[in-house]
Design a protein around this ligand. Sequence first.
Ligand code: SF4
Length: 387
Amino acid sequence: MKLPNSNTFCTIPFIHIYGTADGNIVPCCESQETIMNNEKESLLSTWNNQKYKTLRQQLLNNKKPNICKVCWHSEKNNVTSTRQHWLNDEWNNFKDDIILNDDYSVENPPLWLETKVGNFCNLKCKMCSTWSSYKRAQDIDILKKYGTGATTKLLKPDSLYNQLMTNKEIWNHIKVLQFSGGEPIINQNYYDLLESIPKNLRSNIKLKHATNLTHLKYKNYDMIEIWKQFKSVSVKVSVDGIGDVYNYIRHGANFIDVDKNIDILKEKLPECNIGIGNTTQVYNVFQLPEFFKHFESKGYLNFIENFLLQTPKYLNISVLPNLYKQAIIKKLTEQGEQKFKQTINYLQNNNTNDTYWHTHTLPYSKDLENRYNDKTKFINLLEKYIN
Ligand code: SF4
């Protein structure tokens, strides 16, 4: 009960573990560059190694470790950080399960396993990195030109998944199993891992997914039948806009199809917790009111969330020139001051000089538009939606 007394306390390193696309362990989605496991170290041994103990110690003693800088940046800008979300939403559900030792190890094994299925995705979203979509390696020249080149490898979390599939003891403790991508639904890894979980333990586990939902079927797998065996299923559909904005950002997908799949999923599995996750960036911030209106009108969604994109920096909304920023702030204020409060605050309090917009944001967008033969141009979308 004393744990959250620290102003920087975070629930995550006490209950949750995150597996990257190549099978390493990192603290959470916000800190994906911080590898916690040593070479060949197993998941359970990593859980209480020196790096984990130091992180817990810092977060319990009002320290702000640099590896959590994304959270400190959000909080400085009055944007609810992932740390704060977890404290509000999950702490009460897990606090009785945490047994902390004096040396900052914990007796409880990880209770929440979040894992990427690899970096294979069927889409090439314009803000995505090669860590999340292998297909973006086809744009590595453009990404490097703007200082954001990363891996060009097809990544698979085999080392982690092999442990999970052979050491079945861990499933006795896991309460939440969460998948992101790549795209889980079209990765064989996803099905192999689910099928390896002992049948009698499946009904204790809540499944969570972040998916682009461009597909509802994969090979001979019947997703709905598989999902019914688990305690509950939650699906956060990654949708960054509606109509032309969605199609501009999510190269390879079509908004009408995904929108229809959301309805079909609700119809076939009414008990499924379905929501929308919007990654707010320069390519869509100007369409937020229309976006919310569209999805609110469905009437059955469990949540609609928007998260601010931080990387690549040149697609973060702070790079917008002042003239556009003011027009967007006006639109968001008029159409939902309370709903868009955090986005409005962020736009008001974060400025980069206009040079960045001209040296990175616009030429990067143009380079991709030329490569993909986009009929729709970013600048036209921006001007259309802020009139
Ligand atoms: S403070 Fe933020 S970055 Fe650090 S572990 Fe918690 S959620 Fe992750």
